[in-house]
Design a protein around this ligand. Structure first.
Ligand code: 13P
Ligand code: SF4
Length: 308
């Protein structure tokens, strides 16, 4: 790494009047240099409301797309242009069109981890921290939920009167955490609470004391008086967990890393600020349709903490 890269980025950021946003799964040095760190819901709101005209979004493709759709007049750059989300890629707009023909009356709900072409076909987008609140405000009985079958089935548990149709997508990173891993961690630390992201499968969720988004997990661990926790999600979350709780201990049953989230580097953040990386460019027509689904997310969503 070039010496003083950190300082050069800060200097250039000021000169360009840019803002750096980082998801909680980003590498520690990226979170350290960011102006705002958070979950998908929080970052989407910052991107929409910030005054800066240049947004360096340290995350994956669907996050950059959502920021651009919410602020079409701003320049949005994803420092690692090749950082996608395999779960988002599991749902294509053409497959969804076919499914909509099968369920014409269903209310179409997509996880924000989806392409903007998919969002354009949906009634509302949700995040893991906003999905429960949003679904409470949806009167329709039949819900088509995509692409994450795990977040979908978790949310459905709260709405026994609704009929959910699930897409069979999943996060390959979170699916790597198994019940065996969690049981082993519990055996080693029998009195310690398990905090889990809803992208984990049901068997893992059922072994958990708390289920929530990345920021939900951090808030829970910070407010709770316990001083040790078992954490079932991507390891990048440790940076903020330790920053807020220097005296607490966090155990990961399985060290899971999202390879796409780890593609951001200080070098490519610097290059993004220098204008060496292409900005996010989207189709206008599709963006306008996707905007409705993202605006509905902000309208209907409120931060909720859901304890099991
Ligand atoms: P949240 O930060 O919204 O919990 O999402 C997790 C995730 O997988 C983002 O890709
Ligand atoms: Fe996609 Fe999973 Fe990575 Fe999130 S952690 S970006 S859902 S692959």
């Amino acid at each position: 790494m070039r010496k003083n890269l950190f300082d050069d980025i800060l200097k250039l950021k000021k000169e360009k009047n840019a803002i750096i946003l980082a998801h909680l799964y980003q590498p520690a040095e990226i979170q350290a240099i960011a102006d705002y760190i958070g979950d998908s819901y929080y970052l989407s709101k910052i991107a929409r409301d910030c005054e800066e005209e240049l947004i360096i979004f340290c995350g994956v493709k669907f996050m950059g797309e959502s920021a651009k759709i919410l602020s079409p007049e701003k320049t949005v750059i994803l420092p690692s242009a090749s950082a996608g989300c395999p779960m988002a890629d599991m749902a294509t707009a053409s497959d969804l069109e076919e499914m909509i023909k099968e369920y014409p009356d269903a209310f179409k709900v997509c996880y924000i981890n989806s392409s903007y072409e998919v969002k354009a076909l949906c009634d509302v987008s949700v995040t893991s921290s906003s999905a429960l609140a949003i679904l409470k405000n949806v009167p329709n009985k039949q819900i088509l939920f995509l692409p994450d079958r795990n977040l979908g089935s978790y949310i459905a548990e709260f709405f026994p009167d609704k009929e959910f149709i699930f897409w069979q997508g999943f996060c390959p990173t979170h699916e790597r955490i198994t019940t065996e891993d969690v049981l082993k961690a519990k055996e080693k630390h029998p009195t310690v609470k398990v905090l889990t992201h809803p992208e984990c499968n049901k068997e893992v969720r059922d072994l958990s004391d708390y289920i929530g988004s990345t920021s939900g997990i951090i808030d829970y661990a910070t407010k709770c008086e316990d001083d040790e926790f078992i954490i079932c999600t991507e390891e990048g979350i440790l940076y903020e967990l330790e920053k807020r709780n220097p005296n607490k201990k966090f155990y990961f049953p399985e060290k899971i890393l999202c390879p796409n989230m780890k593609k951001t580097s200080l070098e490519n953040v610097y290059d993004a600020l220098c204008g060496k990386i292409d900005e996010v460019i989207l189709d206008d027509e599709i963006s306008k349709k996707a905007l409705t689904s993202l605006e509905n997310m902000h309208k209907l969503g409120e931060m909720v903490l859901c304890e099991k």
